[in-house]
Write a protein of this length. Structure first.
Length: 194
C-alpha cells in the first residue's frame, strides 16, 4: 500500500500526539496515586476534638458606663452569636442535651429572681459605702443588660454541667462576679474623677 507524504505526516503527527497523551496520562496517574496515599494518611490520623471551653469571668473589663454589660461574650461578638454554627447547625437548631422545658424554665425563673435581688443588694451596698446614687435608670439598665444575656448562659451551663445545682451555683457565681467587676470599675472611675 502506497502512502503519500501527507499520510506519512499525518501518521507521524498522530504518533507524537498519542505519545504526548500517554505521558500526560502517566503523570495524572502518578498524581492520583499520591493524592490517594495522602487521603489514606489523613483518614488514619486521630480526629481533633474540643473537650471543654471554660469562661473566666474574673477577666471581665468594663471601661465606661455606656453600652451593654456582657456576660460570657465580648461586645464585638455579641451580634455574631446568632450567626454561629456548630456542625452546620445554627445556634437555634442545636438541641442542648440536658435541657427540658421544665428545668430550663425553673432555672430561668430562679436566676431572674436571684439576679434582680443580688443586683439591687450589691448596688445598694455600693451606694451606701461610697455615698453615691446610681439612680433608677442606671440601676435598671445594669439589671436589664444582664437579664438579656441570662438565657444563653443558662443553656451553656445546661449543656456542660451535670445537675441543676451545679448550673444554679455557676450562674450565681457569674452574676456576682460580673456585678462585682462592674462596680469595681465604676469605683476606680470615681476615684480618678475625685
Amino acid at each position: 500500500m502506497y502512502m503519500g507524504p501527507e499520510m506519512v505526516r499525518f501518521l507521524q503527527q498522530l504518533y507524537y500526539q498519542l505519545g504526548w497523551q500517554a505521558e500526560k496520562l502517566n503523570l495524572l496517574d502518578q498524581s492520583l496515586r499520591q493524592m490517594q496515599s495522602e487521603l489514606e494518611q489523613l483518614k488514619q490520623q486521630r480526629p481533633i476534638t474540643i473537650e471543654k471551653i471554660e469562661y473566666n469571668f474574673d477577666q471581665l473589663k468594663v471601661e465606661t458606663l455606656e453600652g451593654t454589660l456582657n456576660i460570657g461574650i465580648t461586645p464585638q461578638s455579641a451580634g455574631a452569636l446568632e450567626q454561629m454554627t456548630v456542625n452546620d447547625q445554627t445556634v437555634e437548631d442545636v438541641q442542648f442535651e440536658q435541657e427540658t422545658p421544665d428545668s430550663f424554665g425553673q432555672i430561668q425563673q430562679e436566676m431572674r429572681k436571684f439576679l434582680v435581688g443580688e443586683a439591687e443588694q450589691k448596688i445598694a451596698q455600693f451606694e451606701n459605702k461610697h455615698h453615691f446614687i446610681f439612680g433608677d435608670e442606671l440601676r435598671k439598665a445594669i439589671i436589664n443588660d444582664m437579664l438579656k444575656q441570662m438565657d444563653d448562659r443558662i443553656r451553656h451551663y445546661m449543656n456542660v454541667k451535670d445537675g441543676r445545682e451545679a448550673i444554679v451555683e455557676n450562674m450565681k457565681r457569674d452574676i456576682r462576679s460580673a456585678l462585682g467587676a462592674y462596680l469595681n470599675r465604676f469605683q476606680h472611675k470615681e476615684g480618678e474623677g475625685s
